[in-house]
Design a protein around this ligand. Structure first.
Ligand code: LAN
Length: 703
């Protein structure tokens, strides 16, 4: 079977990337069926590059100095800039996103286009690991969650049960004991599809949204991503939503389990999670609560307790309202890909297939789909537009490349995009939706996505300030608008002095007791991070030079407290733990930037020397650095077998911030970076460099 099987593919030269005009920075890959249309709208270098086709760029003279290498790099990257000024990039890695969308569409009676489906199948098959299945992300070994969910996705996308590698994948699922022990988010999606029983899912009670705001465990205090997943999930759980029972559902019930479906004792599955999947085991508090809630959930079937029903109804009304706030605040994209699929199903379940809300959801699916050389993926967010651009802008100015005539138009383009991407108002449902202020902020991706992220707002502001320092640009972002950003940044400092990601830390870290998503760590509340803290304090510091009269005392005080917090989280070995990039190399770079702003360098600071010793100790023989995502998982430095250009560059920056005096260390690293540059100026994507929730790697190929 396997030998005859042809992985489906489409004509890659027929795909185009449409960049949104009204919704600024929006990405939408479209397939042009018509030859004439393709001629009229030829493929550009951005499309060719991301599809792995040959890019139309010259070979450049080999760089002899680091400056020339950077210049060649920007010359190449400029080719990937969109007309609106931003750089559209792919953003993949997680492998639990496609199945949610595919199941979500299936239960709503919808499908992707035939071309999208083919490319998605190609992606999943390309990302299958040599062990036979999929893990939580592309760099991890297979788990029940990854393998079952992606197997189901392939079946829905049209693969037959014995087509190609499907028999082998199913054998692996059976070897792992079948789908009964899938982690909780998998249990929920399979129940929605009708191939698991809601009785096997630990309670996801919408009633939590009826708790008063002062309650210590009230959901508005949870980390924004978890809150936005929990909310629609609790609606679907509370209504026990199940999609239509198609023949495929009955087939999957046979395929996914080692025992007959009808014989499975569902209530025993609530705590059954395969150990190979578990990163954060359930806390006994959660299991006890679930045990108690099981009685509550059984109420409707026990007449004397049916008084619980009005409570559930009220809770569902409340939860539905919160779902609509999120949809309306984000142009129906929601904060991310998981909530996107859940919210879409909720709106379908409540308002039906013809409703405006459901149709609006359908119209914003493409924002999360990216066609890569390996096929069609679902992205971690609707892009990383601001994040990529903000660093590129600062690098262009700080290296001096922005002063080169050949780069001026590109730099002006970046400012044009920044100007459009700043959020000028607070969200539509600001107070009622428990949102943090957005006025003046930039988010990680687009303005329309509409979420402040502390470091994105800060890096956006830094990018605007640096570009506007150039003599040839018109200062389109005035001081008033920068003051709005500063107001937002100042509103985000936690009592500890550190900055979290999207909001203040709104509740106790004991909330982790309720973490029911076994595959992620530290997700229940927002935590302070050296990365976010550094971005904010550096932005405030630069701003205070530009506009010394604006809130000077508060800025100074905020920066001082932030530095103290950075001090407080240095580890005894000199490093800092990174939560968004891999890992110690990433966070140590940020922390050393902070300390250099506070005037601390190797010459005068023991802690900076300790940090440098840590970094230098890990330099590899070839002069580079390489760390794997396992550092983030285990909180211990995990050496990569190969050095990585990106991490090597992070360390070079770190050592420069620290004014490290042994220049030979830096020179060897820079030589490695230069040697890895390709003749057209690009650097290839090597291993993954990003991470989230301690356990999931994510790629940043644009950086
Ligand atoms: C991101 C990507 C960017 C990242 C940085 C700006 C780098 C960071 O400094 C702050 C946090 C942030 C914005 C971040 C938070 C979590 C995200 C959105 C992601 C890692 C991208 C994908 C991830 C999201 C949670 C994925 C969906 C999965 C769930 C568990 C809901």
């Amino acid at each position: 079977m396997t030998s005859q099987f042809q992985v489906p593919t489409t004509n890659l030269t027929a795909w185009r990337l449409k960049i949104g005009e009204d919704s600024h920075g929006q990405h939408k890959w479209v397939y042009l069926h018509d030859e004439k249309q393709r001629e009229e709208w030829p493929q550009n270098n951005t499309e060719k590059y991301w599809l792995g086709l040959e890019v139309d760029v010259p070979e450049l003279p080999k760089a002899k100095t680091p400056y020339e290498a950077a210049k060649n790099g920007l010359k190449f990257y400029r080719e990937l800039q969109s007309d609106d000024g931003h750089f559209a990039t792919e953003y993949g890695g997680p492998l639990f996103l496609i199945p949610g969308l595919v199941i979500g569409l299936h239960v709503c009676g919808r499908q992707l286009t035939p071309e999208q489906s083919k490319e998605m199948i190609r992606y999943l098959l390309n990302k299958r690991r040599k062990e036979g299945g999929w893990g939580l992300h592309t760099a991890a070994p297979p788990t029940v969650y990854g393998t079952v969910m992606n197997y189901v996705a392939l079946r829905i996308l049209g693969m037959g049960p014995d087509e190609g590698p499907m028999t082998e994948i199913r054998a692996l699922i059976h070897e792992m004991g079948g789908a009964t022990s899938i982690p909780s988010w998998g249990k929920v999606w399979l129940s929605i599809l009708g191939v698991y029983d809601w009785d096997g899912v630990g309670s996801v009670p919408p009633e939590l949204w009826l708790l008063p705001d002062w309650a210590p465990f009230a959901p508005w205090r949870w980390w924004i991503h978890v809150r936005n997943v929990f909310t629609p999930m609790s609606y679907l759980y509370g209504t026990r939503f199940v999609g239509p029972y198609t023949p495929l559902i009955f087939a999957l019930r046979q395929e996914l389990y080692v025992e007959p479906y009808e014989s499975i004792k569902w209530s025993a599955q609530r705590t059954n999670v395969n150990p190979i999947d578990v990163y954060s085991p359930h806390h006994p508090v959660l299991d006890t609560l679930h045990g108690l809630l099981a009685y509550y959930e059984a109420c409707p079937s026990i007449p004397c307790f049916s008084s619980a029903l009005p409570l559930r109804k009220a809770a569902l009304r409340r939860v539905y309202q919160i779902v609509t706030y999120e949809d309306e605040n984000t142009g129906y994209q929601t904060i991310g890909p998981v909530s996107k699929a859940f919210n879409m199903v909720v709106r379908f379940a409540k308002e039906g297939p013809e409703s405006d809300a459901f149709k609006a959801h359908l119209s914003r699916i493409d924002d999360f789909l990216w066609l890569s050389k390996d096929g069609l993926m679902m992205t971690g967010t609707n892009g990383s537009q601001l994040w990529d651009l903000a660093f590129m802008a600062q690098a262009a100015v700080e290296t001096g490349l922005a002063y080169e005539d050949e780069n001026k138009e590109s730099v002006k383009g970046m400012l044009r995009w920044l100007d459009e991407a700043q959020m000028r108002e607070n969200p539509k449902h600001y107070i009622a939706g428990y949102r943090h202020r957005t006025k003046g902020a930039w988010g990680f991706s687009t303005k329309e996505q509409n979420y402040t992220v502390s470091d994105c707002a800060a890096e956006g502001l830094k990018a605007a300030m640096t570009i506007q320092s150039l003599p040839y640009v018109t200062k389109t972002i005035g001081l008033d608008r920068m003051r709005d950003t500063v107001d937002t940044l100042l509103s985000m400092q936690n009592p500890s002095g550190g900055f979290a990601s999207y909001e203040l830390q709104r509740g106790s870290t004991k909330m982790e007791w309720l973490n029911a998503a076994e595959v992620f760590g530290n997700i229940m509340v927002d935590y302070e991070y050296p990365e976010c803290t550094t971005s904010v304090l550096s932005a405030l510091k630069y701003f205070s030079k530009l506009d010394p009269s604006y809130r000077p005392d508060e800025i100074e005080n905020t920066v001082d407290r932030a530095i103290k917090w950075i001090h407080s989280v240095q580890r005894p070995d000199g490093s800092w733990y990174g939560s968004w990039g891999i890992c110690f190399t990433y966070a140590t770079m940020f922390a050393l930037e902070s300390l250099s702003i506070a005037g601390e360098t190797c010459g005068n600071s023991e802690r900076v020397r300790r940090a440098c010793q840590f970094l230098v100790k890990h330099q590899m023989e070839d002069g580079g650095w390489g760390e794997t995502y396992m550092s983030c998982v285990n909180m211990e430095y995990a050496q990569h077998e190969h050095s990585q250009v990106v991490q090597t560059a992070w360390v070079v920056l770190s050592l420069i911030y620290a004014q490290y005096d042994d220049k030979s260390v830096i020179e060897r690293a820079v030589k490695l970076i230069m040697d890895r540059q390709r003749p057209d100026g690009r650097w290839e994507q090597e291993d993954t460099e990003g991470v989230f929730n301690k356990n999931c790697a994510i790629d940043y190929p644009g950086e």
